[in-house]
Design a protein around this ligand. Structure first.
Ligand code: CTP
Ligand code: MG
Length: 368
């Protein structure tokens, strides 16, 4: 007979250390809340899910969890008490998984391994091997080495045979930071399975913003045609040449590609919409327009991590001007020169660019 698997998802904390106004469980990481990430991961693998919530979040958590068929119950003052509430809400099952909502990016491989280990050995605790050197420290002074060969960092999910962990929580008193400690205090021998370093715990404000789903990329492209009697301005630098680029603004093709990359990463209309071909933008300095776009990036609560751009031109040679372009562009964007790379290429004579009819530029950016 197929063994039944239930999961207790712990959302009963306050998330105080994250500095967020709302519980970290309800924060969005890209398109989904943390809660939806792990509900998506657990629900296909579980027969029943119990979500444990604090009183202030319960309505919102219930609303998000209900479409998954999950039951929402009220937690307690400590994690240990919240686990007890979750266990009390389950009538019977073979294996119960206990998972901290503070780890939204758990993968299904880890969940399956934990279940398998609990079915076979009574417990399966996700853990990763310690990789840093470990020391004991007293008042900022290192006092002792901790050999790390047999040291593991314990994560969740933690799976147990339901009867054993239920009995352990009934018989043990005190407060514990994880369930393997309760299982051990009741005489059990918790067994680990190898988890994943991507199953990271969200605790601090830095954790909230540095998770991959919080990063956005953007791409932009621009083309301008050569004409006589115009300055050639690329990346905010005037390049001596017999031709310049035509356009309503100063036709800085590189700054334009970068602006479009930034705007696409914050889901805003492109520069054609933002700075239309009107008198207002006639001969506009594109470095100033770039500063306006960066202000929009900041207003969208995003930070530029890096920009990478390419100029496509048969002539003139760009090499000598690139260091100054990086200086001007990075200062306009408020980032370090190392965070912007500019390269240049010819098209080997191919196409309109190769025939020297104009210049193109492309850019990608990464925002946090
Ligand atoms: N938790 C819980 N009930 C509590 C306390 C914590 O269900 N009374 C849950 C949290 O929601 C979290 C997990 O236990 O998923 C691990 O706790 P922690 O990372 O400390 O989260 P918070 O307690 O929410 O954060 P903080 O300590 O910063 O307030
Ligand atoms: Mg806590």
């Amino acid at each position: 007979m197929k063994s039944s698997v239930n999961a207790i998802l712990l959302c009963g904390g306050k998330g105080e250390r994250s500095g967020s106004k709302i519980n970290k469980v309800l924060c969005y990481f890209g398109a989904k809340t943390a809660l939806e990430y792990f509900l998506d991961a657990f629900s296909p693998l579980c027969d029943n899910i119990v979500v444990v919530s604090a009183e202030r979040d319960i309505e919102q958590i219930r609303e998000i969890s209900a479409p998954y068929g999950a039951q929402t119950v009220l937690g307690g003052d400590t994690r240990t008490q919240s686990v007890r509430s979750g266990l009390n809400a389950i009538k019977q099952c073979d294996v119960v998984l206990i998972h901290d909502a503070a780890r939204p990016f758990v993968d299904q491989r880890t969940i399956k391994e934990c279940i398998k280990s609990a079915q076979e050995f009574g417990s399966g605790i996700a853990a990763v091997k310690a990789v840093d050197s470990l020391k004991k420290v007293n008042d900022c002074v290192i006092t002792d080495e901790i050999p790390r060969d047999d040291v593991y960092c314990i994560q969740t999910p933690q799976a147990f045979s339901f009867d054993k962990i239920k009995a352990a929580y009934l018989n043990v008193s005190g407060t514990f930071t994880d369930d393997s400690a309760v299982y051990m205090a009741a005489g059990g021998q918790p067994r680990i399975v190898i988890g994943s370093i991507d199953n990271k715990k969200i605790t601090t404000p830095e954790d909230l913003i540095s998770t991959p789903p919080c990063q956005r990329i953007g791409a932009g492209m621009d083309f301008h045609v050569f004409v006589k009697e115009r300055k050639l301005i690329i990346g905010g630098v005037e390049i001596p040449y017999e031709l310049g680029l035509t356009g309503n603004s100063d036709a800085d093709v590189l700054a334009h590609a970068i602006m479009d990359a930034l705007l696409s990463a914050i889901d805003m209309p492109d520069i054609g919409v933002l700075f239309p071909c009107t008198d207002e933008y006639k001969d506009a300095n594109s470095i100033e327009l770039l500063k306006t776009v960066v202000a929009l990036v900041n207003a969208a609560n995003r930070k530029i991590i890096s920009v990478s751009a390419t100029i496509m031109a048969q002539a003139p040679k760009m090499k000598d001007y690139i260091p100054l372009m990086r200086k001007r562009l990075s200062s306009a964007m408020g980032i370090s020169e190392n965070s912007i790379n500019v390269s240049a290429t010819t098209t080997e004579g191919l196409g309109a660019i190769g025939e020297g009819k104009g210049i193109a530029a492309g850019a990608v950016c990464l925002l946090q």
